[in-house]
Design a protein around this ligand. Structure first.
Ligand SMILES: [Zn+2]
Length: 514
């Protein structure tokens, strides 16, 4: 026996499989489909070149066969790669060609996708389900001793063969990693179509009334026919038919066709990438997110835009979503180590940004403005990104507020503030946000406070509170809507002139060495 046949592992020993091999070949199977239906499961075999596979197929078909009357295959039976295979309609032929892989490569380069790893996904025309079933029934009928008990599920799938053949070659072209079993966040989806799909499947509609109940009120239109024929319904219809019924409706093996499948759409998807960091806000005139009142933009920019525009550009993302651990008002600064934030980048084209590039990106953001600054900028996993919102109400925040008091005060008048620990507040929705938040009352805790005397009418109030405490309202009382307030504690009118967030006590994201 020829050397190349010794490595094959088929449903039965190679000698026994020579007859089905010849029949499949003559019926019009391409070398890959021939090997699939003979039971070959070894990915290495399918990674041979088209010429090598063609040689294996020819050798199989031209072996002298003891108990089969037919002679060796003559030259007119040679299936060239431009005759569409009856089982894959060319997906394992032209679909695996160098020319087509170059088309994929071009598309990905043009769109600028850069990823460490890629995955392949195939969408194939549904008549391939009908055709594969027809090939299997043909084999079971003709070679019952070899194929009894075999089913299409035991045949290596066309998609696996496609990925084995094309994955490693695309890997070299794209300069990205590829592993058959590992799903990548970057997916290349190939949509193969065939113009005869409907013609080849529509017989199922009348043959399987249980799967496709007829619409009595109006004649089934072409459009609705397309609608009901899908992967699930076709598979269900086929399994509802007996073998003999199916064989009376479809030629087994299936007929040859003139045209191959075409891949009209190469679509790339990349899962969202998450970038986290902390920001300081030094401006008292900058909103956190774009500020729009009655459809009109206020302020030229915002914290989120100053941070995200450059990040979006670096990752070539279609869009972004910004979120943070709480937020500050337009006139509030955020100092200290800043406020944790997260940017979700939707459909990024670049996902592989090393830490030194992230540092450069951070420098770029910071050198572009004096209103904000960013630190600890880093890519985080989706899982890690969820930590931003975990335990939000248990987090603590520290503030300093410049307070003006109505009556004259002495430094000693502020001492009592330090005695107050874990003061419980009941805060009704502040008047200033009542237009955008539901009317409610929330309980919050001020863990501790202290006063730093400035002059007889001013002092700085330092406080550490539970996240979500309305600080401004605590200071001025919000017309009694916050109880107690600094005003009730000091028995005088108190007003807040400036507020700074000193720290957001969240240990996330991790600190990056500058
Ligand atoms: Zn094929």
């Amino acid at each position: 026996m020829a050397e190349e046949l010794k490595q094959l592992k088929l449903f039965s020993d190679v000698t026994a499989m020579l007859a089905p091999a010849k029949s499949l070949y003559e019926a019009g199977c391409c070398p890959c489909c021939l090997l699939r239906f003979l039971g070959e499961k070894d990915s290495q075999i399918y990674q041979k070149s088209a010429e090598e596979l063609q040689a294996v197929a020819l050798t199989l078909c031209s072996q002298p066969q003891g108990d089969v009357a037919d002679g060796p295959t003559d030259s007119k039976c040679v299936n060239t790669d431009d005759i569409p295979c009856i089982a894959c309609l060319g997906i394992l032929q032209h679909g695996c060609s160098e020319e087509f892989l170059e088309k994929i490569q071009k598309k990905i380069n043009e769109e600028g996708y850069k990823s460490q790893l890629f995955s392949l996904s195939l969408m194939t025309p549904i008549q391939l389900i009908v055709r594969e079933h027809a090939v299997m029934l043909f084999l079971r009928q003709r070679f019952s001793d070899l194929y009894t008990g075999q089913s299409i599920e035991k045949v290596t799938s066309m998609k696996d063969v496609y990925k084995w053949r094309c994955g490693p070659r695309l890997k070299d072209k794209l300069n990205m990693e590829y592993h058959h079993q590992i799903e990548s966040p970057f997916l290349i989806q190939l949509m193969f179509e065939h113009k005869e799909t409907e013609t080849e499947c529509s017989f199922l509609i009348s043959a399987c009334p249980k799967v496709f109940p007829s619409n009595s009120s109006r004649k089934r239109k072409r459009d609705s026919e397309q609608g009901v024929l899908n992967r699930t319904s076709v598979a269900r219809a086929i399994s509802s038919l007996s073998e003999s019924k199916f064989m009376s409706l479809v030629r087994c093996p299936p007929e040859k066709v003139d045209t191959m499948c075409r891949c009209e759409e190469i679509t790339c998807y990349h899962e969202a990438v998450f970038v986290a960091g902390r920001y300081n806000k030094y401006s008292r005139t900058l909103s956190q997110t774009p500020w729009v009142v009655d459809g009109e933009r206020r302020g030229k920019t915002s914290v989120s835009e100053l941070i995200c525009t450059r990040i979006q550009a670096m990752f070539m993302a279609q869009e972004y979503r910004f979120s943070s651990a709480g937020r500050e008002d337009v006139d509030v600064r955020t100092l200290g180590r800043g406020r944790p934030f997260l940017v979700e980048l939707i459909q990024p084209h670049v996902s592989d940004v090393p830490i030194d590039k992230m540092k450069l990106l951070q420098q770029e953001i910071n050198s572009g403005t004096t209103d904000i600054a960013v630190r600890d900028l880093q890519v985080v996993s989706r899982e890690e990104s969820g930590k931003l919102k975990v335990g939000e109400t248990e987090k603590t925040k520290s503030y300093s507020a410049l307070v003006r008091v109505e009556k004259t005060i002495q430094p000693d008048d502020l001492k009592f503030l330090e005695e107050i620990k874990d003061l419980k507040l009941a805060q009704k929705t502040p008047i200033r946000v009542i237009h955008r938040r539901p009317l409610a009352s929330r309980d919050r805790v001020i863990h501790n406070m202290s006063g730093e005397y400035i002059d007889s009418h001013h002092f700085t109030l330092h406080l550490k509170t539970q996240a979500g405490t309305y600080i401004k309202e605590f200071v001025h009382g919000d017309f009694g809507r916050t109880q107690p307030s600094l005003s009730t504690l000091m028995h005088m009118d108190t007003d807040i002139l400036e507020l700074d967030v000193e720290s957001v006590d969240v240990d996330w994201p991790k600190t990056i060495d500058e």
